[in-house]
Design a protein around this ligand. Structure first.
Ligand code: PLP
Length: 431
């Protein structure tokens, strides 16, 4: 399988696409052809086995092909329950993607990507993974990189703009992970990362690579678990599936459309967004106009220029059909309260946008399929928002409680490239 740029650059193999992140022409890598869904019998297999089988066509001919089962075993090593949040409405399932070590679905992509990097990287000259983060990605990448031989991960986050729990989750990982607290905001962090990649000497000296969501290596596992959920629910219920995915940079959005294009039993796809308008405006006017992001209580979705939009736009129109529901902060709060009152189920602010999109469906549309809402983060990660709404404390699941017990280490730097370059210089490994 070759991967081609959305802007036309010639195809490369999967390892090369993963190593590069973006294509040399600035576009994003997409598979040259859409492989057909495998036999439905795979639905009985554990998710890791299903993923290895359904992702095999993407790895065909690549040096990593033989490693795919082991990569999937590493990436899918925690449960992904499909639950019925409210027994009175059995037509809505929640795909709980937050039982990994950092409590959000980013764990899948980060672990899959690190498992790939670690295999084609060279311990004598490790890949320097740089990631700017304001939330869930940095923690997931740090966790996935800890203890690996062929990568070194550097996480940049804005000083004073992450919650105490988020900071713990960014700064608690051992070698080869380091956390840099940048005196600046998230945009400064992102600018620094971009400046580092744009500096050929620096990029080469540290073998720099990126773990951000445009990397095709983060999207493949998302396609796999959405396909798996659709096959299992379709088989158990005899119905086709509708997917509702809370959306920011459109990783899930693309993965949902792609799984449907492959032939998995997915029919309607709805993107649920927070108050950011870019997608709903595109849907209603047909014009894509990126804008500055606005801050919301579903902050991992505060995106005004979704980085994977280009992949969506590259799909043929018949494969791009979807709905968009925009959900304001007040509507998120009302939805969390209402669902808790109705069933006791607790949605995180991001996942609540999907629950709200479901609640808005007409009775007819609601009954046409079984709906699966992606539950993208554990509500504990947003306890300061969720607890007052439900009038209960939100308890930490074991994985997140374990983070709170870890030793923390960070280095503070001004938002300057020379100081980032200093921080990238390997320290003595004698300790
Ligand atoms: C990253 C994130 C999202 C947005 O996902 P995309 O795939 O970028 O659209 C939604 N919810 C949570 C909790 C996230 O961390």
């Amino acid at each position: 399988m070759r991967f081609v740029s959305t802007r036309g650059a010639a195809g490369v193999g999967l390892s090369q696409a993963i190593r590069a992140g973006a294509a040399p022409d600035g576009g994003l890598y997409v598979p040259e052809e859409v492989p057909a869904a495998g036999p439905a019998g795979l639905a009985d297999a554990p998710l890791a086995d299903f993923a290895a089988a359904m992702l095999a066509p993407f790895f065909a001919g690549d040096p990593l092909a033989d490693d795919l089962p082991a990569i999937c075993a590493e990436a899918f090593d925690f449960p992904v329950p499909l639950v019925t949040p409210d027994p009175k409405r059995p037509g809505l399932k929640a795909l709980e993607l937050f039982h990994g070590p950092t409590g959000a679905f980013k764990d899948f992509g980060a672990r899959f990507l690190m498992a790939c990097f670690d295999r084609f990287g060279d311990p004598a000259r490790p890949l320097g993974v740089l990631v700017a983060t304001s939330g869930d990605t940095g923690g997931a990448v740090g966790c996935a990189a800890e203890g690996r031989a062929a990568v070194r991960a550097t996480i940049l986050y804005p000083a004073g703009r992450v919650s105490p729990f988020q900071e713990a989750q960014l700064t608690c990982w051992g070698a080869p992970v380091q956390a840099l607290e940048v005196d600046g905001d998230f945009d400064d962090c992102q600018r620094l990362v971009k400046a580092a990649f744009a500096d050929p000497a620096l990029a080469d000296a540290h073998n720099l690579t990126s773990a951000n969501s445009i990397n095709i290596g983060r999207l493949l596992p998302q396609i796999a678990y959405l396909a798996y959920a659709s096959v299992r629910i379709a088989r158990a219920s005899g119905n086709e599936i509708g997917l509702i995915v809370p959306s920011g940079n459109l990783g899930h959005g693309f993965a949902a459309l792609y799984a449907r294009a492959m032939g998995f039993p997915i029919r309607p796809v709805i993107l649920a967004t927070n108050a950011n308008r870019t997608l709903v405006d595109w849907k209603t006017t047909g014009v894509y106009a990126p804008r500055a992001s606005v801050a919301t209580i579903a902050n991992a979705m505060d995106v005004g220029a979704p980085s994977n939009f280009e992949r969506l736009a590259a799909l043929p129109p018949e494969r791009r059909k979807l709905g968009v529901e925009r959900v304001t902060d007040d509507q998120i709060r009302d939805r969390i309260r209402a669902e808790y009152a109705a069933s006791g189920y607790v949605w995180c602010p991001h996942s609540a946008t999907a629950a709200e999109a479901y609640a808005r469906l007409s009775d007819r549309v609601r009954d046409e399929v079984i709906w699966i809402a992606a539950a993208t983060a554990h509500p504990f990660k947003f306890a300061e928002t969720v607890a007052p709404l439900i009038g209960e404390t939100v308890t930490a699941p074991p994985a997140l409680a374990a983070i709170q017990g870890r030793a923390l280490a960070k280095r503070s730097i001004p938002a300057r490239l020379d100081r980032l370059a200093d921080a990238l210089r390997p320290v003595s490994t004698a300790s």
